[in-house]
Design a protein around this ligand. Structure first.
Ligand SMILES: NC(=O)c1ccc[n+]([C@@H]2O[C@H](COP(=O)([O-])OP(=O)(O)OC[C@H]3O[C@@H](n4cnc5c(N)ncnc54)[C@H](OP(=O)(O)O)[C@@H]3O)[C@@H](O)[C@H]2O)c1
Length: 325
């Protein structure tokens, strides 16, 4: 009996160790460290909100920083704010990501890039029934097609980077890019699209020592969100409130921690971490320990996901019942 217990105990201990060793051997791509200091960080949508916070963070970490956005006035204000905060002069480029030639000219002028953060984004929240097709197209063009334009234009500049060290392409998604949310049909579709782009791109650029990341912030206090809140359907706010809101500089700090460790999925808060595990699916994972957590938590993660869905559908039902009374 004692022997049988000992055998069970050994099995219970050995199984996780064997799994850890197995995962250590197979996780791909391999772990990497991406330096920021003295490297060129190019940020789109860097004149406001999360992009501006990313530019501040990159400057603080000793990078050469370039920011791109449409409005020259907002770019000028951002440049002044960063100079005041860190003494660093960032390069600014006025271009619309929907215009491939304009983006290519900006990249040519900016020179070789080590870290590209494709952060620009627009959100028009409304039920599909109330969205104009022009608004759908606008989100797709800026969020998805604009990201293609930016990455395609920048790839030669990233491949020609001066030090040949590990480089990064980070895409700003959203928690609405991990799970569809009421009022976000077009926005979610544009952000889900980034995931396909990122997964396929990582296959294509791994040989060039370029590492792709997807950042998934929750609601974040920015001028963009302030505008959005004016027209957000009530149910969008109720569902989005499942994940606590963050400040832009907190998101920027989390984003850089993830970029520097080459993480494919970069969550920004605890709910984002859970969503990252629940939606890990076929995505790449560099950390054998995180792979272990994903494997062990897969079942319970699905239960948690179903609880979130239960809660959201209950809110939708309740809201409609209130409208009827
Ligand atoms: N705030 C949130 O709650 C939240 C949550 C999750 C994810 N995100 C994502 O985070 C990113 C930044 O959002 P934010 O809230 O910081 O937005 P924001 O405050 O509105 O800033 C958006 C930035 O993108 C630039 N931009 C917009 N359209 C552009 C275009 N066509 N070409 C070039 N630049 C363009 C804007 O400058 P110009 O207008 O001058 O071009 C600005 O610099 C977006 O991708 C968004 O989807 C935001």
């Amino acid at each position: 009996m004692a022997d049988a217990n000992l055998a069970y105990l050994s099995l219970i201990l050995l199984l996780p160790i064997a799994l850890l060793i197995f995962l250590y051997l197979i996780v791909r791509p391999r772990p990497v460290k991406i330096p920021i200091k003295n490297r060129h960080v190019f940020i789109t949508g860097g004149s406001s909100g999360i992009g501006l916070a990313l530019a501040h963070q990159a400057a603080k970490e000793g990078a050469r920083v370039s920011i791109l956005a449409r409005s020259p006035e907002k770019l000028g204000d951002a440049k002044n704010a960063i100079r005041l905060a860190s003494g660093i002069d960032v390069a600014v480029f006025a271009a619309d990501v929907r215009d491939y030639e304009a983006v290519r000219r900006a990249v040519d002028e900016a020179g070789p890039i080590d870290v590209l953060i494709v952060n620009q984004g627009v959100f028009v929240p409304a039920e599909l029934e109330n969205l104009e097709l022009d608004e759908v197209r606008f989100m797709m063009d800026v969020n998805l097609m604009g990201s293609f334009n930016m990455i395609k234009a920048a790839l030669p500049a990233i491949k020609n980077r001066k030090d040949g060290g590990p480089a990064s392409i980070a895409l700003m998604s959203s928690q609405a890019g991990q799970v569809g949310i009421y009022g976000y049909t077009a926005y979610s579709a544009s952000k889900f699209g980034l995931r396909g782009l990122a997964e396929a791109l990582q296959h294509e650029v791994i040989e060039d020592n370029i590492h792709v990341s997807l950042i998934f912030p929750p609601d974040t206090e920015t001028p963009g969100l302030l505008e959005e809140n004016k027209k957000r359907p009530q149910l969008t706010s109720i569902i989005a409130a499942s994940s606590s809101a963050m400040k832009a500089d907190e998101v920027a700090k989390k984003a850089f921690i993830g970029i520097k460790s080459g993480s494919f999925i970069i969550p920004c808060n605890f709910v984002g971490f859970l969503a990252g595990m629940a939606t890990a699916g076929l995505s790449p994972q560099r950390s054998f320990f995180m792979a272990f957590v994903e494997v062990v938590a897969a079942g319970i993660g699905r239960v948690a996901a179903l609880c979130f869905q239960w809660n959201w559908y209950r809110s939708i039902e309740k809201w409609h019942a209130q409208q009827r009374t």
